[in-house]
Design a protein around this ligand. Sequence first.
Ligand code: NAG
Ligand code: NAG
Ligand code: NAG
Ligand code: NAG
Ligand code: NAG
Ligand code: NAG
Ligand code: NAG
Length: 776
Amino acid sequence: MNNTYAFFPFLLFLPFLAFCDDLQVFIVYFGEHTGDKAFHEIEDFHHSYLLSVKESDEDARSSLLYSYKHSINGFAAMLTPDEASKLSKLDEVISVIRSNPRKYSLQTTRSWDFLGLEEGDADWHLKHHQLGDGLLQRAKYGREVIVGILDSGVWPESKCFSDEGMGSIPKSWKGVCQSGQDFNSSHCNRKLIGARYYLQGYEQRYGPLNTTLDSKSPRDLDGHGTHTASTVGGRSIPKVSALGGFGRGTVSGGAPLIHLAIYKVCWAIPGQSKVNGNTCFEEDMLAAFDDAIADGVHIISVSIGTQFPIPYAEDGIALGALHAAKKNIVVACAAGNFGPTPSTLSNPAPWIITVGASSLDRRFVSPVILGNGERIEGETVTPHNMRRYYPLVHAGDVVTAEVPKTAIAGQCLPGSLSPEKVKGKIVLCFRGNGTRMAKGMEAKRAGAAGFILGNSPANGAEIPVDAHVLPATAISSASAQKILQYINSTSNPTAALVPAKTRLHAVPAPLMASFTSKGPNVIDPNILKPDITAPGLNILAAWSRADSPSKLESDHRVVAYNFESGTSMACPHVAAVSALLRAIHPNWSSAAIRSALITTANPMNNIGLPITDAAGNKETPFAFGSGHLSPQKSADPGLLYDASYTDYTMYLCGMGIKDPDKKFKCPRKAVTGYKLNYPSLQVSGLNNSVSVKRTVTNVGRSYGTYFSYVSPPRGYSVKIRPSVLFFDQLGQKKSFTIKIKPKGRILRNTSEYYFGWYSWSDGIHIVRSPMAISPA
Ligand SMILES: *[C@@H]1O[C@H](CO)[C@@H](O)[C@H](O)[C@H]1NC(C)=O
Ligand SMILES: *[C@@H]1O[C@H](CO)[C@@H](O)[C@H](O)[C@H]1NC(C)=O
Ligand SMILES: *[C@@H]1O[C@H](CO)[C@@H](O)[C@H](O)[C@H]1NC(C)=O
Ligand SMILES: *[C@@H]1O[C@H](CO)[C@@H](O)[C@H](O)[C@H]1NC(C)=O
Ligand SMILES: *[C@@H]1O[C@H](CO)[C@@H](O)[C@H](O)[C@H]1NC(C)=O
Ligand SMILES: *[C@@H]1O[C@H](CO)[C@@H](O)[C@H](O)[C@H]1NC(C)=O
Ligand SMILES: *[C@@H]1O[C@H](CO)[C@@H](O)[C@H](O)[C@H]1NC(C)=O
């Protein structure tokens, strides 16, 4: 963002125009509130700092956006870089953050089945691990647990948010149902127990909200927030036939009886296309975190990320999540959608569960039959009944006279197709610039009978499905090349599209999504991230009736459910399972819940081979963390790697950040990331050898003998001492050391990471930790 916004309210008070141009939103962060202060005392305290840099009292007051008063001690205000720098030099100020606009990580019937959560389902997790002990029943479907969602709001009329038959609102709940445009207290119920919205930061930049563009209330006009909320905790809705029958079955949130608290922090931006998703501002999110923590949520789900990782002290999500961790609130965040490029991962703080995205074992099979009889595999969720051959053309050959015949010509960009050459035909378009659904729209505009969406080489074999506006199917890059050859080989090419059939138990699955952001973690290369992968490709969940499934202006369809892909869709799966774990183990810390999820995750696919991408390339923990979410097993992990808030503050000292608690001085010896008692291990720049201590807590059976197993990274020796741990009571802690040493004269590439794992097993539980080492 540049700094040339207009801030009309402040023009009046400021002496120089140039000065005014410099005003930006900054967050001044003091850490924790100490002692028992009344809200007005806190406001006065914050005001005194503003007054110390501003010209007048009035100036100070009008520049304040938020005074954070519950657990987060800080304020957001309009400051010049100069003023910000003055404040940052004060001893009691931990950091001064220049607010960055955040983008969604945008880019279910089947997902819970696939995760082994559906009762009585002969699904692979149950089959292979015999742990079908009814996690949902043990957790009472999440009853009594409250999950907060920071997103674009909610469509409260969706059946997914009905409170029929639900228990009363937990007594611990302190939140509110904030009224606003098209939203009042009657929209909250025992399912949607709270709803708030935050737009001070937004309005500072864009002026008063245009209430046609977005609703000045917790109401979701976008769909994203409704989708993520219903994925975490939507009610079970049987026989949903979204978009004409695809993904038919029961749509359900992972924890269908939890209570939801909605915090709307992301808004539509004037003049920007809806397809780019909404934007969320740091100061608004921090206010939402502060309220959510005070309201009494147990879990927070944040499907929001940035393209580039941000250091903790400048990252509103990391700071909000740190305060949540202090109250033992679990925070799950999307890893981001900027893969497959390495080092793109966002939300890497060790007190957050960072979630990558992968596919389900469900396909929507809809092949193309070419005139020569050849069958090309395709997938679609577009209902159609096209049962004959049509002439087939490549979009690049049927453009209007004005469009030059470059690679772009085949991409069906708006206005590029010539209706005379396309009418009544099936047109093959390529992905690239423009959205997938907009290409379908263009094919329809030109009068096409059908539409084949071919992946570009960069998209490979991964197929996202969409509900297009005309009969359509989507195919891999290799298949698209085959069709091009066929078109080239005959004077009269034809094709037929076969209506889709839903196929379950497809193999191999999961496949890592190409868009999932990847490690290594650039904020701290000694913390392995992401932590885990969960379903995030072609996920069906509830949708806002104010937005069409394609998000295009020209699309006037209204749907109750929609397919979406993104780490945004994966994150709520992990939040839901965290809610179930919280219900089963109410006194586990947030670190314990994260540990249980990580050490039980599965690095293998459903045919017992290591997880790959859609093209079959082997993936690493930098894509999937410890592996694929395994809900059943996570409820009974055997051992836990616990950590406390104090551990995090010691760790922050090591990162050169002042202790937000101010209760103790930073230790003399820095706590490097790998020394945190984390359930995975990453050491970067290893010279000679390193010994890392870890402590595990027994939560399996009172008596247990655990044996260690190691699969060392190539070129390293890894020794665990002691190699056997005995436990004779629950809650008992035992420590061990992991010694890692480079082996002999093996050539190691200093810009590469080498992966391995270690585990503990008592014959019943397997407590597995991935490991990544890079040489100095
Ligand atoms: C809330 O709004 C609905 C219409 O959306 C209206 O029927 C209802 O009376 C309102 N309730 C209150 C308490 O204002
Ligand atoms: C508000 O948004 C609508 C829809 O995008 C637009 O038509 C209208 O001109 C906008 N109003 C203002 C005052 O900008
Ligand atoms: C998208 O368009 C830009 C500008 O026309 C071009 O440089 C770029 O190569 C295009 N990308 C793809 C994937 O076609
Ligand atoms: C189509 O045929 C021409 C001439 O036979 C050849 O040069 C070209 O590479 C072919 N294109 C494809 C996509 O096969
Ligand atoms: C959790 O509660 C159980 C039973 O109340 C107790 O045995 C256990 O020690 C507690 N664990 C922790 C970590 O406080
Ligand atoms: C490796 O050696 C370099 C230079 O001596 C040092 O800066 C770095 O901290 C060492 N790394 C580890 C992991 O010990
Ligand atoms: C080292 O690894 C980097 C990154 O994977 C790669 O680009 C480079 O070619 C490798 N160098 C050698 C000597 O193998």
